[in-house]
Design a protein around this ligand. Structure first.
Ligand SMILES: Nc1nc2c(c(=O)[nH]1)N[C@H]1C(S)=C(S)[C@@H](COP(=O)(O)OP(=O)(O)OC[C@H]3O[C@@H](n4cnc5c(=O)[nH]c(N)nc54)[C@H](O)[C@@H]3O)O[C@H]1N2
Ligand SMILES: Nc1nc2c(c(=O)[nH]1)N[C@H]1C(S)=C(S)[C@@H](COP(=O)(O)OP(=O)(O)OC[C@H]3O[C@@H](n4cnc5c(=O)[nH]c(N)nc54)[C@H](O)[C@@H]3O)O[C@H]1N2
Ligand SMILES: [Mo]
Length: 774
């Protein structure tokens, strides 16, 4: 496949969105083509060449001008606006070392925050967070973050009511069994295949489309309860029921009320496998608050017809039904509630633990979920022990920076924010992932020093004092094994890193020497030594399970290895169903907790002891009239979050360079907005430009702006208007509830108008101004 005479090389690579084949000519990436054995490869690979070789690459260590001139305590210049000065690696790492030592000796390791949330890149060894954490652990530790932006409410709630949420994903009922035994799939938030392109850590083959096609062929019927029709592929031939965003808990309650009043509840299931149903039933009947949660009531909250809520409940009771609830529903105000109500509804139907029945959460969030599993675990770069115990729930980053020392509540605990003087981010983009970016900008002015390791000049890098340019996956050697995938994919280095970008491992080795840490971080090994060590660990582990793996060198120069999936007919909670005393759940009662004394005992008015209806905050807010449109900000089809937004595929879908925003024809007409117009999206938190896509695929009253357009604030415009279309200038930074403190990005409200001024140029795809110290 290589042609040395024309200097053409092809190498295999891997990413969170799948394997690919890199073609280089003369040391430059020409393309990343689909991997031949992947039945539905992702087009996200088409972004790689332009993005990694683009004008936004960080090429040399860069220091913010005000910081370099006057040092960490001077507060000269404003992060996000300042220029940068390029310096040598030696100078940059001296600054990093001095600053680490200063902060540690003045304030202790508790003043170093390295929560550093983000997806980084695939690769078992060069994992940005793992590397940073191991290094800082050797330095005495740092404050970490707990949870994620994906399904934080589930991570915290589920252990109280069913058991570990990770097991929900790992042991999810397989689509194979749905095709065999299921009749009906009711999807809250759909099953968007655009999201199932991605699996954390990597994917060998994209299987979900075929699995779902098999279900359709077997006669399984799909119902898409989502404001966006595109959350169900056409081939599913799903009935579309578009609710008002944030109303799913009410819909589920309307269904549950129907089951209750029509004698359709499986009482023997509830008796044997659950506790607390009486509290739920009493709430559904309206005993505590005088409001029965019947289908008519649910129709008022959701905009769905009451009759369809009733008939669907009957259909669900009459046949084998799987309820799928998208992770999106819990990334919203009171996001714990749709989860708890999903469990309650599925329990009332009594099909939990039966093939093709029960419930699943976050099915299309992961390419592999319900499709495949790995027979053995993969090795990881060991992080060592963190001597610092302090952590924050991940989505409290702005609160932590703005309110050091302040008390807050979380999952039954009284907590206190640490005082973070030094923030180090590697492998994440908070100016992509966090809500209310104007507030985050304020918060990012607070620390004394911010260090960011980045491939590109993201908005986060532009808010740092010290920016360390790092190598991207194609520029280093590694191997890929997805969190739940059964493929091992070699990742031989395809090209060298541009400019002075370096592997993070080598940066930490250098710092280890400067700081006199001995070999605590590196153990005196090179990155290739580590890779060989990790691979031989894997070989030994595999052998114990009767799997033979080739030696490292043969693997690295070879092809993808697919291991056997030994769990093909998994049915979630089938063990528990068959023998509840032998396989109790990890809950206080050992059963499904439809009401939880533990949660009730926390006394949280925003998350009481049983599933409870709360309208989203904005419904009751004084600005409800002013900002009448619900804003959904789901995942982008053309990229992974903000990664590679300056690549060809991502750019190909922009509207005049802006992120597309979907709007219903009625809403567009009422505002004199035409398809292709540049619009301004506004609320009390901020504003951005976007490109109107007028479509009847979205419910009236709802607009949809995907995440991931690189934040590009125009400081000369009102509210530092984002020129590009990043929805997080419009989302609030209030969390789900005190229980999970999860992000609630899907609960935003906005108004939209045609943008009549001249449309400014996008600047974030160029590097910031680089200057010399005069
Ligand atoms: N409004 C709204 N906001 C959301 C969501 C939503 O639904 N709506 N979804 C949320 C969810 S589910 C998530 S998971 C988050 C995702 O948020 P993030 O994971 O922070 O987003 P990414 O764009 O993947 O950021 C990864 C960054 O790491 C960099 N990177 C890649 N590889 C490496 C490496 O090897 N080393 C270093 N140092 N850097 C590297 C990339 O250039 C990129 O800037 O966003 C959340 N934000
Ligand atoms: N291509 C691509 N795929 C990805 C990612 C990516 O960045 N790019 N990110 C990955 C990550 S980290 C994660 S966590 C997952 C996230 O997976 P999800 O959480 O499922 O993703 P979202 O796109 O936020 O939401 C899915 C759909 O839910 C619908 N929805 C939103 N709010 C409501 C509501 O209140 N009610 C109902 N019924 N529906 C609602 C929206 O129409 C949206 O399209 O995706 C993963 N997959
Ligand atoms: Mo996520």
């Amino acid at each position: 496949m290589n042609d040395p005479s024309r200097n053409i090389r092809k190498t295999i690579t891997a990413s969170h969105w799948g394997a690919g084949v890199v073609e280089t000519v003369g040391g430059r990436i020409q393309s990343v083509a689909p991997y031949r054995d992947d039945p539905h490869p992702s087009r996200i690979n088409e972004n790689i060449a332009d993005s990694l070789q683009g004008t936004a690459r960080v090429l040399r260590p860069s220091i913010r001008e005000g910081y370099l001139r006057n040092g960490p305590l001077s507060r000269l210049g404003e992060r996000g606006k300042d220029r940068y000065v390029e310096v040598s690696w030696d100078a940059a790492l001296n600054l990093v070392s001095e600053e680490l030592l200063r902060v540690r000796s003045t304030h202790g390791n508790e003043a170093i925050f390295a929560g550093s949330y983000g997806w980084a890149s695939a690769g078992r060894f060069h994992h940005a967070q793992g590397q940073l954490k191991r290094f800082l652990n050797a330095f005495g530790g740092s404050v970490r973050s707990e949870g994620n932006y994906s399904f934080n409410a589930a991570l915290v709630l589920m252990p109280h009511i069913v058991g570990n949420f990770r097991d929900h994903v790992k042991q999810a009922t397989r689509w194979r069994t749905v095709a065999k035994e299921g009749r009906l799939v009711v999807m809250f938030g759909g099953l968007p295949l655009r999201n199932a392109q991605v699996g954390s850590g990597g994917v060998g083959k994209h299987r979900l489309r075929r699995e779902l096609e098999n279900c359709v062929q077997a006669g399984v019927r799909f119902i898409n309860i989502s404001p966006f029709r595109g959350d169900a592929e056409d081939f599913l031939e799903a009935e579309w029921l578009p609710p008002t965003p944030g109303s799913d808990t009410a819909i589920m309650m309307g269904m549950a009320h129907t089951l209750l009043t029509e004698g359709l509840v499986d009482q023997s299931f509830l008796d044997r496998y659950t506790v607390g149903f009486e509290k739920v039933a009493s709430y559904l009947r309206g005993e505590p608050d005088g409001q029965p949660k019947d289908a008519d009531w649910a129709a008022k909250q959701s905009g769905l017809p009451a009759m369809r809520i009733r008939t669907l409940a009957r259909e669900m009771a009459a046949q084998r039904t799987l309820i799928c609830t998208a992770a999106a529903l819990q990334r919203a105000d009171y996001g714990e509630q749709p989860l708890w109500m999903t469990v309650a509804l599925a329990s009332m139907l009594g099909q939990v633990g039966l093939p093709g029945g029960g419930y699943g959460i976050a099915y299309a969030s992961e390419a592999t979920m319900g499709c495949v599993d790995r027979p053995i675990g993969w090795p990881a770069f060991p992080q060592g022990e963190n001597p610092v115990d302090t952590y924050i729930p991940v989505a409290m980053i702005a609160d932590m920076l703005l309110h050091p020392g302040e008390a807050y509540e979380y999952n039954g605990q009284k907590m206190q924010f640490p005082d973070a003087r030094l923030v180090w981010w590697a492998g994440g983009n908070p100016f992509h992932h966090h809500q209310d970016l104007n507030r985050l900008r304020q918060a990012f002015q607070r620390p004394e020093t911010i260090i960011v390791n980045e491939i590109n000049w993201t908005a986060t890098a532009r808010h740092a004092d010290i920016v360390l340019p790092v190598a991207a996956p194609l520029e280093r050697t590694d191997f890929c094994g997805g969190t739940q995938d059964n493929s091992l994919i070699p990742m031989p280095q395809a090209v060298s890193a541009p400019g002075e970008a370096r592997c993070e491992y080598d940066i930490y080795c250098d710092l280890e020497k400067r700081l006199g840490l001995g070999v605590q971080f590196s153990e005196g090994l090179s990155s290739s030594d580590w890779l060989e060590r990790m691979w031989s660990e894997l070989q030994v582990n595999a052998e114990r399970s009767g799997i033979e793996l080739p030696d490292w060198e043969d693997f690295l120069s070879g092809d993808v290895i697919e291991l056997e999936d030994r769990n093909k007919d998994a049915v979630f909670l089938s063990d528990f169903r068959s023998e509840p005393t032998r396989f109790p759940l990890a809950t206080p009662s050992g059963r499904i907790e439809l009401a939880s004394d533990v949660i009730a005992g926390f006394g949280y008015s925003d998350c009481p002891g049983h599933p409870t209806w709360f309208p989203p905050r904005a419904w009751q807010s004084s600005t409800a009239q002013q900002f009448p449109l619900s804003l959904l900000s789901g995942q982008p089809e053309t990229r992974l979050h903000s990664q590679l937004d300056n690549g060809a595929f991502s750019l190909s879908r922009k509207v005049k360079g802006r992120e597309p925003i979907l709007i219903h024809p009625q809403d567009a007409e009422a505002r004199d907005i035409a398809h292709g117009n540049i619009v301004e999206v506004v609320n009390e938190y901020g504003r951005c430009l976007a490109g109107a896509v007028v479509t009847n695929q979205i419910r009236p009253g709802v607009v949809f702006l995907c995440t991931g357009a690189w934040y590009d604030p125009d400081f000369s415009a009102p509210d530092s208007r984002d020129r590009h279309g990043n929805p997080n200038v419009l989302t609030h930074d209030l969390r789900t509830s005190r229980l999970a403190q999860g992000p609630a990005s899907h609960s935003a409200r906005v108004e939209i108008a045609k943008f009549k001024e001249s449309v400014p140029r996008i600047e974030v795809f160029d590097a910031p101004v680089i200057t010399n110290l005069a």
